[in-house]
Design a protein around this ligand. Structure first.
Ligand SMILES: Nc1ncnc2c1ncn2[C@@H]1O[C@H](COP(=O)(O)OP(=O)(O)OP(=O)(O)O)[C@@H](O)[C@H]1O
Length: 474
């Protein structure tokens, strides 16, 4: 878990082994490290997050003209920079010094020497940055104790410090470099595509394309042609040759989104490609070989679909070699605050834009059940930044279901020993209704049937708890 008291080092280097060993060593020495593999990524994280030190390679993508050092020098002049290069030269050393680096080290560098250089550079830079941070009047950054961690990304650039997300990220790190097929499941908006992207970008396939194949947008009759391509004239409407989606991700990753929606006939065709890594374009006779890794996503319970014979079990086992289950936002603890603060920064447009959330607004975020997960949170923050009249976003700036959640905490956030029996029972009753509606996707009649209530009885109960069944419709 990353804390805010550690000093933060940005490591930019395109050699994975160097990056990882250096980061591991520095972490053991008590620093927070964020690794990126090229200058463009380094510049964008540098502009989004505060750092105490930059450790930069010279010969890496996007750095032909010392772009990272120039950015550091012009926009972050208080952040010391150290160069570590495997291809030293007099001109590059002169230019680095001109751009203000505090040290110019040669690879392979002894880790003890690196540590000395890091400590020296940090102490030269003094307490300047730290003082500035602690004096900051921006509550998003300064009020970290009450609001949870600040928007500091892990190495995958995915926000989430909760233990459930840390477990997910660990699996992503481990599986990315293999060629194993991965199934990502989770409710809508939990970040399945974000995870698929992270797997692709951490894999050895990252130089090639990740192609999104959205099963809901391809009609069953066109599935073969969309995936495998076709030859001109092979069917009415085939006015020219088309390569198909699979060829576009040869040596890359095929991200099959909404896999649970794939009709049985298309499942058989997909299975063949996965087993044989070959396919034949429609109207052609020559098979084409591809080398593709499959990452799939669905918000359905695919095992249940297999049990109900709606999904082929052989395809399921081929695709779900590793299964990553993303927790809903309501089960990620204070990640909701971390994400809300990050979205707030993202949507701030001018100096007058709202720059923080009131404590009660954060309580609403914690209490609300977020059926639309991170996507819903992002939309809520964008909307409240646009509508708020004050610099602090108040519960009144939020949509009604969120505002209503202020006085309706989820049972897991309630200390039962501290409340009356009535409140405890009421909270449990509410939690039961929420889960019931979740399961029945907002259909009151079937929820009422399971609860042993009449429709009217259920409606009355929902009204008392201020729950709108429409919020659960998918
Ligand atoms: N951990 C995260 N950190 C920051 N932003 C995130 C994270 N996870 C998801 N998001 C953002 O939330 C939104 C929804 O993410 P994404 O599209 O990956 O969800 P999904 O589970 O694939 O949704 P669906 O099932 O509806 O396709 C996107 O805007 C994405 O950038």
């Amino acid at each position: 878990m990353i804390t805010n008291t550690m000093q933060r080092i940005l490591i930019a280097d395109d050699e994975p082994l160097f990056r990882e060993t250096t980061a591991e060593f520095l972490r053991e020495e008590g620093f927070e490290c964020l690794c990126v593999e090229d200058a463009n990524d380094a510049i964008s994280v540098l502009n989004e997050h505060p750092f105490d030190l930059i450790l930069s390679d010279l010969n890496m993508p996007g750095n032909l003209k010392f772009e990272l050092l120039k950015e550091g020098r012009t926009k972050h002049s208080d952040v010391p920079m150290i160069v570590i290069t495997g291809a030293p030269s007099l001109p590059s050393a002169i230019e680095s010094v001109r751009l203000g680096v505090t040290d110019y080290l040669l690879k392979p560098v002894k880790l003890e020497d690196l540590l000395i250089a890091v400590q020296r550079s940090l102490s030269q830079a003094g307490q300047h940055l730290k003082n500035e941070r602690s004096a900051s009047s921006d509550p998003v950054n300064s009020d970290t104790e009450s609001d949870g961690p600040t928007s500091w990304p892990n190495e995958l650039g995915i926000l989430g410090n909760s233990s459930k997300m840390q477990e997910v990220l660990e699996i992503v790190e481990r599986v990315a470099m293999s060629d194993t097929n991965v199934l990502v499941t989770g409710e809508s908006g939990t970040g399945k595509e974000v995870i698929a992207n992270a797997i692709h970008h951490r894999s050895h396939r990252r130089a090639n394309a990740m192609q999104v194949i959205d099963c809901t947008s391809i009609p069953e009759s066109l599935f073969e042609s969309a995936l495998f391509g076709h030859i001109k004239g092979s069917f009415t409407g085939a006015v020219k040759d088309q390569a198909g989606l699979l060829r576009a991700c040869d040596r890359g990753t095929a991200f099959i989104d909404e896999l649970g929606e794939l009709p049985l006939s298309s499942q058989a065709k997909l299975l063949r490609v996965i087993q044989e890594q070959t396919f034949t374009p429609v109207g052609d006779s020559q098979p084409i070989r591809v080398n593709t890794r499959f990452v799939c996503a669905t918000n359905r319970d695919l095992q249940a679909e297999v049990d109900a014979d709606r999904f082929r079990h052989d395809l399921y086992y081929r695709l779900a070699v590793v299964h990553i289950e993303l927790p809903p936002l309501r089960e990620r603890g204070d990640d909701v605050i971390l994400l809300a603060n990050a979205f707030l920064k993202k949507y701030q447009r001018s100096g007058d834009s709202p720059s923080s959330f009131a404590a009660e607004t954060l309580d609403c975020f914690r209490n609300y059940r977020w059926p639309g997960n991170i996507r819903e949170l992002r939309n809520v923050v964008e909307r409240s930044v646009a509508l708020a009249t004050d610099r602090v976003i108040q519960p009144t700036d939020l949509p009604k279901p969120l505002r209503d959640s202020l006085h309706n905490p989820q049972p897991e956030t309630l200390d039962l020993a501290e409340v009356s029996r009535d409140i405890a029972l009421d909270t449990a009753d509410r939690a039961y209704l929420l889960q019931l509606l979740e399961k029945h996707q907002g259909v009151i009649a079937s929820a009422a049937r399971q609860a042993g209530l009449s429709r009217q009885g259920m409606n009355k109960l929902l009204k008392r708890h201020n729950i709108d069944a429409n919020d659960f419709r998918r």
